[in-house]
Design a protein around this ligand. Structure first.
Ligand code: IPE
Ligand code: IPE
Ligand code: MG
Length: 241
């Protein structure tokens, strides 16, 4: 039984920028790939912790549209890790009643990775616990651009008229359609930027940045973020009551 969280409001949707795998490895004199491997273990543990805490949605940034610019060695190492990790994740998801979703543009991945993603989503779609969304080949600008293309196409095909387009329409064309906006964004490793993550969805999200490097993230760190969130006074542009 978790007592630290007694009386705390558990945010329904936590978004995570998991950063610092490279720094974690460097600190230990290890290649960056070791940091990514350890980072994957932390992702899995975090999914289980979040599910038990009663968080409804957890969305993590796994690979950005900009991360292709890294060395070929690092990118191919990450792809290998995805392959291995997808199999483990399927098991973890099934054991914890977790539904897995993916956001981002999949077609740039190798066919077996695309197939693996499809399988993860399909085989967990009936699960009713935590919704765990992984952002891969994801960029907020790319997501919005793709949504605009779809909207324009639907206008040309007269399924939609420009006057009808509302904020809800735009949201429904994003990869995150059907997922509520995040309540809390956690970024590890201290950088104070969004790095092209969920640009539309984070409009009124509370932001928490910790110096903890992603592979060191644990239950205590998540609890600290939730305690900080509970001290915030949330506003959505309205004046104080
Ligand atoms: C985050 O760790 C993982 C990915 C972006 C894939 P980094 O690889 O960015 O680690 P640092 O920021 O170099 O420490
Ligand atoms: C953001 O981290 C992307 C992911 C966590 C997948 P980066 O390490 O790529 O971001 P920057 O380069 O510090 O902005
Ligand atoms: Mg980084």
């Amino acid at each position: 039984m978790d007592t630290t969280m007694d009386g705390m409001v558990i945010p329904a949707h936590v978004a995570l920028i998991l950063d610092g795998n490279g720094r974690w490895a460097k600190k230990r004199g290890l290649p960056r790939s070791f940091g990514h491997k350890e980072g994957c273990v932390t992702v899995e543990k975090t999914v289980e912790i979040a599910a038990r805490m009663g968080i409804r949605y957890l969305t993590v940034y796994g690979f950005s549209t900009e991360n292709w610019k890294r060395s070929e060695e690092e990118v191919s190492g990450l792809m290998q890790l995805f392959r291995y990790y997808m199999v483990r994740l399927l098991k973890t998801a099934k054991e914890n009643n977790v539904r897995v979703l993916m956001i981002g543009e999949r077609s740039r991945f190798a066919p077996d990775i695309i197939e693996g993603i499809g399988r993860l989503v399909e085989e967990t779609k009936e699960n009713t616990g935590l919704t765990f969304t992984i952002a891969v080949n994801y960029g907020g600008r790319d997501e919005i651009t793709r949504a605009v293309q779809k909207i324009a196409r639907d206008c040309l095909e007269q399924k939609l008229s420009p006057e009808q387009i509302t904020e809800e329409t735009v949201a429904s064309y994003l990869d995150t359609a059907g997922i509520p906006d995040p309540d809390l964004l956690i970024r590890t490793s201290g950088e104070l930027r969004l790095s092209n993550y969920l640009l539309w969805q984070l409009a009124y999200t509370e932001i928490y940045v910790t110096d903890c490097l992603w592979p060191d993230f644990n239950r205590e760190e998540l609890e600290k973020a939730i305690i900080a969130y509970n001290r915030r006074e949330r506003r959505f542009g309205g004046a104080k009551a």
